[in-house]
Design a protein around this ligand. Structure first.
Ligand SMILES: NC(=O)C1=CN([C@@H]2O[C@H](COP(=O)(O)OP(=O)(O)OC[C@H]3O[C@@H](n4cnc5c(N)ncnc54)[C@H](OP(=O)(O)O)[C@@H]3O)[C@@H](O)[C@H]2O)C=CC1
Ligand SMILES: Nc1nc(=O)c2c([nH]1)NC[C@@H]1CN(c3ccc(C(=O)N[C@@H](CCC(=O)O)C(=O)O)cc3)C=[N+]21
Length: 286
């Protein structure tokens, strides 16, 4: 048996088409475009590539592009001032502060200057609280993308055993919360987990966001499980994930590739969140 390949690129393209359509309707109705502000601090090459990709996609879908680039020497006050300015600009629907920030800057303190209504990355303490409580709010893009891929493959979440490897604020933790809301039986594994293969072999659905190249092999996967690989690494032979794809493809029933899996979905969910943020401002809930 060889696993079905879950085509994130195709699902993202379909999602983006729907978003573009909804952006056009929004613009007809309100006379304004949803606007995405991306902020890059410093010159990390990978971050610059991701930000470019987000900007390019937002423009293609009909949104307004507000990009700001600060030098790696920018102070906390420089970043805070910029965030305040974008927070009070009505043309800006969503603000994305690309991570990681240079080490000298206090990431949580700065992210929390983004108003929850513009937090299209879903990373502020306020958004995390809303998610934990199950209240309406903007959710982090990569977890949303992973769940969307599972839905697109018609994977049953309710009652299923899902193991998430990783507990970061950006991916693992919010993903576990989203899956709990979908009534999955969720286990979160991390670097202190004992006997990781025994834990992951229990999973009907295994989502890996550990940031360790090739961490997960055939010995970690139950026959017929669905495997979502969030990891992304630049290697000499190209991009690779946290999962040894060549091994696991022979054990799983479905698997995401890297590239072409979760990555494109992250951007598609950012676009959808930006539209949602714009709509929430133009049509506030009663
Ligand atoms: N495709 C996409 O759109 C995106 C991809 N990524 C990628 O996903 C990966 C994870 O990102 P992120 O969550 O930000 O990473 P972090 O480094 O912030 O978190 C990694 C998590 O994995 C856990 N972990 C590390 N090593 C092991 C191990 N050997 N066994 C079990 N758990 C382990 C850590 O545990 P502990 O808490 O104990 O330290 C931690 O909770 C990276 O490769 C990143 O590049 C990230 C965002 C978007
Ligand atoms: N505030 C913040 N929000 C983020 O969402 C965020 C972040 N910081 N920091 C870094 C991670 C990483 N991330 C990715 C986005 C797209 C792809 C993506 O499009 N990947 C393509 C390939 C891209 C390529 O060719 O390099 C793919 O997997 O097919 C990957 C990874 C978002 N992140």
């Amino acid at each position: 048996m060889t696993a079905a390949i879950i085509d994130g690129k195709a699902v993202a393209a379909r999602t983006n088409e729907e978003t573009a359509q909804a952006v056009a309707e929004f613009t007809d109705r309100t006379g304004t475009r949803p606007g995405l502000a991306t902020i890059l601090v410093g010159d990390d090459a990978a971050s610059a590539v991701y930000v470019e990709s987000k900007r390019r996609t937002s423009v293609r879908l009909g949104m307004a592009d507000f990009h700001r680039h600060l030098p790696s020497t920018a102070s906390r006050d420089d970043v805070a001032r910029l965030l305040d300015e974008l927070a009070s600009d009505d043309a800006v629907s969503g603000i994305l502060l690309q991570l990681p920030l240079p080490e000298s800057l206090d990431t949580t303190g700065l992210v929390d200057l983004i108003p929850p209504s513009k937090d299209v990355d879903g990373l502020t303490t306020a958004s995390a609280g809303l998610l934990a409580r199950g209240l309406p709010g903007l959710r982090p893009c990569t977890p949303l993308g992973a769940v969307e891929l599972l839905d697109s493959s018609e994977v049953t979440l309710s009652g299923s055993r899902v193991v998430v490897v990783g507990r970061s604020e950006l991916v693992g933790r919010p993903l576990a919360q989203l899956l709990l809301q979908r009534d999955a039986t969720v286990t979160t594994a991390h670097s202190r987990t004992q006997d990781l293969p025994a834990v992951t072999r229990d999973a009907d659905v295994l989502v890996v966001a550990a940031g360790v190249p090739g961490l997960i092999g055939a010995e970690h996967v139950k026959k017929g499980a669905v495997v979502i690989d969030v990891g992304i690494h630049r290697t000499e032979t190209g991009l690779a994930g946290d999962v040894r794809f060549d091994e696991v493809v022979g054990v799983a029933s479905a698997i995401t590739p890297v590239p072409g899996g979760v990555g494109p979905m992250t951007i598609a969910m950012l676009m959808r969140n930006t539209l949602t943020a714009a709509i929430m401002v133009s049509e506030p809930q009663q």
